[in-house]
Design a protein around this ligand. Sequence first.
Ligand code: SAH
Ligand code: AVI
Length: 292
Amino acid sequence: MAGLSLPQKAIPPKYFYDAAGSRLFERICRLPEYYVTRAELSLTRMHIAAIARFAGQGCELVEYGSGESLKTRLLIRALRPAAYVPIDISEIALRQSTRKLSKSFPWLKIIPVPGDFSRPIELPRARAPRVVYFPGSTIGNLDPEEAHAFLAMTRDQAGRMLVGVDLKKDANVLHAAYNDSRGVTAAFNLNILARINRELGADFDLSQFSHYAFYNAAAGRIEMHLVSLARQRVRVARHRFGFDRGESIHTENSYKYSAEGFRALAARAGYSGKKLWTDRKGLFALHGLTAV
Ligand code: SAH
Ligand code: AVI
């Protein structure tokens, strides 16, 4: 309600991830245009020995926004962690990934924590030195101030952090990744309206909104919007919101950072950038940070 009442209407991207949203995101990860997941998987495979040396065998691996815990499988094999603590706002994604992981790794102690990392999160008692893992460039979905608050929180929870960050690149490559030809990203974006209809008793007509994503070079981010195709009024619970034709709801930012830009952000939150791994094409970066 607060977001829809702003002059530039907005909905925080954490609300994308109901059951359907989590499934759609998993499909995005497999799209030919969405290089993000493949690039991070490939650099993790390529540098796994060095990544494991940095994290330390037998650590406790805490993952924020774990989703289907895809890349984590490589880390679990290499690190043999004392415990794995996946944290996600999507309870269904968390339940499914925990079930699958415990089949693949019967020896692994998994402690799933459903929760919202935009607020302080209470972690279970540490069983070994903690390493925080935050892959996928989910940090890019936070504004720089939110990213700072998040990093300051993890800085107090663990001595080391592995964070996956999408690099700045040709705007055409970015544009294709967020405007895929099969329309899966559009469906992911529109699903937030279907969720509001279902969970808040709203009457958004999905055929009257369209997906719009572009690279805002000045801000260094992809912006996703839902654009109203007509002048219309929408009811959400007991509230009414008016839309002009062409007016948008801003649903997501996806910030892209140079290696130095991200290190500067991490430094402000009390981290020193110790390691940097990238894929062969230079699309994506995994930073190894230590608390100072
Ligand atoms: N780490 C996975 C998934 C990234 S998608 C990967 O790299 O592919 C982002 C994930 O973060 C989703 O699973 C989503 O449910 C979760 N998420 C988004 N905002 C969140 C929040 N505020 N608190 C907790 N989890 C969140
Ligand atoms: C989860 N997050 C890092 C994705 C991204 O690329 O910003 C979410 C996404 N939005 C559209 N496509 C993928």
